[in-house]
Design a protein around this ligand. Sequence first.
Ligand code: IPM
Ligand code: MN
Length: 360
Amino acid sequence: SKNYKIAVLPGDGIGPEVTNESVKILKVIASVFNYNFQFDYGVMGAEAIFQTGNPLPEETLELCKNSDAVLFGAIGDPAFDNNPDAKVRPEQGLLKLRKELGLFANIRPIKTYDSLIKKSPLKKEIIEGTDIQIYRELISGIYFGEKFTDENGEYAYDVCKYSREDIVRIAHLAFQDAQKRKKKVTLVDKANVLDTSRLWRKICQEIAQEYPDVTLDFMFVDNAAMQMILNPKHFDVILTENMFGDIISDEASVIGGSIGLLPSASIGEDNALFEPIHGSYPQAKGKGIANPVASILSAAMLLDYLGLGPAAEKLRESVEHAIESRYVTVDLNADQNYSTAEVGNFISDYIQFSEKTYYN
Ligand code: IPM
Ligand code: MN
């Protein structure tokens, strides 16, 4: 069978612990489904700065460029968060990697699990049945515009810029996905104030003509922040620019009951990277309490991307089984909980056991 090269960047904080579980599970998937995965490790983030002074060493970048997919953990370290004067920062590694690999679309699915409905601080009637797919533009906008801080520290700016091409390529992905779902795209913007938002609206209206079966609606981001928790079922596909997407996806994670559940895929023309939407959670580092599900579901998105759909389905089914069995980490059950590795083992055992009976 074909050989797939998977670059693994565990990163900082809980990144290595959760990524370990995903790699363990991908190895089981490979043996059960008879695939060949080659895992090659690279350093990025604070760990890379401590080792080499560079948050994205050239070697790591090359490794990722030459892989079929990248599995990434998390980035960030308090040593940098609390120091606004730090010139080199862990996050620069991830931003540079996204840019260099051309990962323009960040896809973040938000859904609820029946057995976790009570874990959300939101009311059951409001969240039950929520199923949202966020398309966040990832390599343009205010994150990547010109930046400046004057010498005296009196003023600074960050420029938000979008080109037609930036918008067109992600808009097509969002519309195509909507066609397979509930056929609705909501463009989240601030078109009453920002020129970039008005460009997004104009171009998305043009593109919508090519998808007559899909409805396009618009929502200002401040209202969207409110609707996300008042009426999340309003949304099917959300299409939005870089920073708005960053903010509303963290907000949306409250719906599912834990940010530790949410995966993401970052897609470009030739490359793709898969990562949990949560951060490096330094307080939990090394304690074995981090929820590996967001990373494991990111691995499922990686399998989909490689065209290994049945394995991706199997993996998602196994994660659902763990959640429905309440075999979960402390963020989801304070009374009886399992460690990061126990949850990973439970899921990989289920994959092995249920496939065996299937083949016998
Ligand atoms: C995310 C993170 C990153 C972002 C940080 C770590 C640069 O918050 O992936 O959502 O803002 O894009
Ligand atoms: Mn974020």
